[in-house]
Design a protein around this ligand. Sequence first.
Ligand code: DSN
Length: 442
Amino acid sequence: MKDKLISTLIKKEIKRQKEGIELIPSENYASTEVRSVLSSYLVNKYSEGYPKKRYYGGNENADEVEILAQERAKKLFKVPFANVQPYSGSPANFAVYLATCKPGDTVMGQALIAGGHLTHGHTVSATGIFYKTVQYGLKKNSSGKSEDLFDYKEIRRLALECKPKLIWVGATAYPLKFHYDRFAEIADEVGAYLAADIAHVAGLIVGGAHPSPVPHVHIVTTTTHKTLRGPRGAMIMVTDKGIKKDADLASKIDKAIFPGLQGGPHDNQTAAIAVALHEAAQSSFKKYAHQIVKNSQALAQVLIKGGLTLVGGGSENHLLLVDLTPTMGPGAGVFVQKALDVVGLTLNKNTVPEELSSPYYPSGVRLGTPASTTRGMKEKEMKFIGEMILKVVDEVKAYRLPKEKLEKGAYVKQFLVDLQKNKKLTLLRNQIKRMAVKYKIP
Ligand code: DSN
């Protein structure tokens, strides 16, 4: 490669990915084939419009690529309609608003602070700027056991009060299964569209490790690069129930994506989505999806045994949300994330239900098993990872985030200096590296 600067950075990133263990639950390793299709000659083409209805010439191959991706999505998710053009999850979700609501209409979604997504109506997102949004939270888990954290009585009360046009079900930081039928009862009662954002669990659903929202909701959105293990991208699907509610829903979704929100689709991305959908239809993917959950549960057991508090009392999917408040006080996510970074375990700080701190200094960390499972790691390796996490938490458990806003930055800066001097972390780093390099990345 002639561009030495970029080539050096890519080499460094490959080394980082190989020598560390990726625990961010929304990340994964796409197959070699998916990556190679992304850099194919399809990257050169413009294809505004939809198959057989384009605004540019020379689209005979792009048409076939997009039709294949649509057909594979429909078959895999058991839906009558799929739009495979969204550039990524956020535009896909925004297109759902465009298709179902007018600016100013009321919508409901799970609050970001309680594990929802920005695009489910947060005030800083365009979805919260152009629509009137009502947010629902989670119940406090008092039993310490895995239990559904949604308060359906409260969600129903809110829905009856605000009469939303659209209700979102789906999250970015929820460790348990969704009971889509309970949300459907509420949406049907108030006549709202119900959209499931399954970005995190799409791979678990098609792999048969998780229930599908398809019988219960009108619209399904998903990114294609998380548990589904494809390229960056997204899809919007309409269910039979959706078409029954609104015969024009599919064409409204198409129009919302193009020309509503986007220009030309990324044909290389569409082709890579088609490849990923083909991979996800194989029986080996079912095994993969089930192993993700087994690994997540194995990791949860080690962390619970080691004294950490897990939101929801454990994990039923690919992710775990650790509430560090009881161990290290409010705002401790930053300490654990940074310390784990030093040893080569990558995860992210995250808010927890009933957060006492802020999204920038949240009180939890979110981690998951999709990427490590792709590398072939199983329960035994999860035990190793869990024990390493406990050792790292032990190293930093004396730190407390100052309450004073102005003191926080300086305190974290000093913490980072301390981390670099910590010899125990260097030893753990070497142990993790020795283990990680045994497991190839595609
Ligand atoms: N950034 C994604 C996640 O990590 O869950 C959501 O957009």
